[in-house]
Design a protein. Structure first.
Length: 117
């Protein structure tokens, strides 16, 4: 599936190994190693395959990004960055992903409530 237009692509361009940070286990950082395929899309050209478990930044899983966003609700960005061993700017970007997801969930809940009336 194309990462740009999300259309199904059957033509494989190449494959590279990637590493993405996932939720930690106890006090250990956990990383996932996986092959990331690049596909040839007729509309977009060569793009990374869209994988459901990755956030918009392919260096982090979606659930890790959601954990960072949740921590930012209770702590400052600087404190989260120190605790998770991340750069301040990285935490800020992952928090933006979390907020974008929370906004979408609120809109969906509001639309569902409106439909029931």
């Amino acid at each position: 599936m194309c990462g740009g237009c999300v259309k199904v692509c059957r033509s494989l361009y190449d494959k590279r190994w990637r590493r993405a940070r996932d939720l930690g286990c106890a006090d250990r950082e956990v990383y996932l190693d996986f092959p990331m395929r690049r596909v040839t899309c007729t509309a977009c050209g060569v793009k990374n395959e869209k994988l459901g478990f990755l956030s918009d930044s392919t260096k982090y899983t979606l659930r890790f990004a959601m954990q960072i966003g949740g921590l930012c609700r209770a702590m400052t960005i600087t404190d989260v960055a120190g605790r998770m061993h991340l750069d301040w700017h990285t935490v800020k970007e992952l928090d933006k992903l979390y907020m974008r997801g929370a906004t979408c969930a609120c809109r969906a809940a509001g639309a569902e409530r409106h439909r029931r009336r």
